[in-house]
Design a protein around this ligand. Structure first.
Ligand code: ATP
Ligand code: MG
Length: 340
């Protein structure tokens, strides 16, 4: 029997999961979970922007695990790993930092945008934050996360591709210079590479208050959909579905393609109101979310089982990390005590 290839991917524990996570990433995870040996990481070392609010992070660790269970990631076949329970991640980050030039990080467009947003928040109510040191090292840590289980595939949303490129480059450099330790991992972007938020402006994001969460109840979903950004002034104006968030969500989540085609046609001709488009979207989303919500509440009533998933998964994550670090120390010739 040949050993399965490995997946590493993850999410920061900064809130519950939303439709963007589902269409951009989770859907692929669910689809591939039996073909690969999967490590799903709760990246709690990477929450420097929430360092003042660790109670939020602590809650989010459980929320992320519940959402994973709710969408059907089987914790017996894959490993739910809490990053800080595998301190080897910090060790590998330090060692890789020896070899990665700062200029490689400065080229990363996702990092640039995030740093810019921190220093100049668009929303005037948010205070301007200084960029913490950990922010500079977090892309190196992401590289370390992916390399740790010597992953072959990394299913993520589009915003993560620059990080994967950096990982590939790092693996190549390391293997060439020292020993062949790391496979060069491939990125895999989901069906919807970057789902827009209900504000119609930015990517749907846990930290932007523009998300529909997998755990939102039916009424909340309907309210959020009805409040969704609309680029048109009047129902009789011809509209462009391509730039209308409600239609992007219809395309992503409404399986009734005939209904969507009809709505689009009428929208283009100014023959349908936004309220009808949104009402139908709310119905489709609630049908999609219902089984996810049901499974979530079942697990919520059995938290020891969730804990078990995190504990067992983190142990498996640690085991492969220890193995990798042996290989890394050997490649770098760091086993000093072996000399005598
Ligand atoms: P935060 O605002 O705290 O950064 P986030 O919502 O951006 O949270 P992450 O934990 O950064 O979530 O991302 C987890 C995974 O989900 C990544 O693979 C990311 O690319 C993907 N993802 C997040 N938001 C979206 C989105 N709107 N569309 C597609 N993929 C997404
Ligand atoms: Mg993010």
């Amino acid at each position: 029997m040949t050993e399965k290839k490995r997946i590493l991917t993850g999410i920061r524990p900064t809130g519950s999961l939303h439709l963007g996570h589902y269409a951009g990433a989770l859907e692929n995870w669910v689809r591939l979970q039996h073909d690969y040996n999967c490590y799903f990481l709760i990246a709690d070392y990477q929450v420097s922007d929430y360092a003042d609010d660790i109670s939020l992070v602590r809650q989010a660790v459980w929320d992320v695990a519940l959402d994973w269970l709710a969408v059907g990631l089987d914790p017996e076949h894959s490993s739910y790993v809490i990053e800080s329970l595998v301190p080897e991640h910090a060790e590998l980050t330090t060692l890789l930092g020896w070899f990665l030039p700062v200029s490689m990080l400065e080229r990363n467009p996702t990092l640039k945008a995030e740093m810019e947003a921190m220093e100049n928040p668009e929303d005037g109510s948010q205070e301007r934050k200084s960029v913490p040191v950990a922010f500079y090292t977090y892309p190196v840590m992401q590289v370390a996360n992916i390399l740790m289980p010597r992953a072959h595939l990394v299913p993520v949303g589009e915003d993560q591709l620059p990080h994967i490129e950096l990982t590939r480059e790092t693996a190549r450099r390391f293997n060439r210079r020292f020993k062949d330790v790391f496979p060069e991992p491939e990125g895999l972007v989901g069906r919807v590479p970057r789902l827009v938020g209900i504000d119609g402006q930015a990517k749907m994001s846990k930290s932007k208050n523009n998300a529909i969460y997998l755990k939102d109840d039916a009424e909340t979903v309907s309210k959020k959909v009805m409040s969704m950004f609309t680029p048109r002034m009047k129902p009789t104006d011809p509209g462009d579905p391509e730039i209308t968030p409600a239609f992007m969500y219809h395309d992503a989540f409404n399986p009734d393609k005939a209904e969507v085609a009809d709505l689009k046609e009428r929208y283009r001709n100014g023959a349908v109101g936004d309220a009808e488009v949104k009402r139908k979207l709310a119905v489709a989303l609630n049908i999609f979310l219902e089984p996810i919500r049901d499974r979530r509440s079942k697990y919520e009533a059995n938290m020891p089982l969730v804990r078990e998933a995190l504990e067992a998964g983190s142990k498996r994550g640690r085991a492969i990390a220890v193995e990798t670090m042996e290989m890394v120390r050997d490649a770098l010739d760091l086993n000093y005590l072996r000399k005598y």
